[in-house]
Design a protein around this ligand. Sequence first.
Ligand code: C5P
Length: 309
Amino acid sequence: MREVRTRAPAKVNLHLSVGPVREDGYHPLVTVFQAVDLYDTVVARPRTDGEFTLEIETAPTISVSPEAIPRDGTNLVMRAARLVAEHAGIDDGIDLHLIKRIPVAGGMAGGSADAAAALVACAEAWDVGATRSTLDGLAAQLGADVPFALHGATALGLGRGDKLSPVMTHGEFHWVFATQSAGLSTPAVYGQFDRDVASGERLAVEPSPNADVMAALMAGDAHALGEALTNDLQDSALTLAPHLRATMDAAREADAVGVIISGSGPTVAALARSRQHALAIAAHITASDTADAVLTASGPAPGAVVMGS
Ligand code: C5P
């Protein structure tokens, strides 16, 4: 039986418009995702005794202890493997090895990338002949952001963020990601959003698209994109983690063309003019001592792929 190695990318939301909570607990979104070239890797090796095992390795840039990542059946990698087995009627087991480079609980969909990489790795290792649309369906069952981690590039997300269509872009965008070792829980940030709506502190209206973001992407214009970045979860994340304001200020001091909380945070995403400028912003944030780790990455990056078998 063969070993398969896959990877899937992190994401940043360039636009995140959030509507009032639905009956199923999810919020209707209009969002623009961009995948960046920061990847988690999954290595899968089938086994004949029906056992499922998971080993986790964290890159030195991950500023969170490996213990913070669940290793049991609740880990999205394990859930993805069991879902593929169930769907394809597979009795075999699998050894899974996850290598994490994407910040944990950081608002960059690291767990979703792991799920997408595991779906592709297991489907390939067991040779189940899954189609793209089958994998998309399984991905949506695992989490709202998992279909995008499969898809990659830049995409418009509707519904829970899982109904995707591609967005036209030009050129490359250079990002800096300032991460924190204490993550923020996505449900907690949405919960804060709901409390702010209930108390009248903010309005929740139907989510809407952002033409400025689309135009800036099409033109490949980093300045215009920087000005157009929006995130309806930003205030809620800042209420729960006010110290992130200092991180955002540090990025602005280094002339970032746009600064935003990534998804539900706490990662701060800063958009640069160039790769060189991204390195300069990263150095400034590091010197400011307002983040636990600082990474640079570029987008758009491809979705989940098989790297070798
Ligand atoms: O789908 P996933 O498990 O990744 O979502 C994590 C949590 O984020 C959900 O349980 C929900 O609380 C929140 N969420 C939401 N609306 C969305 C996406 C996620 O409220 N559109």
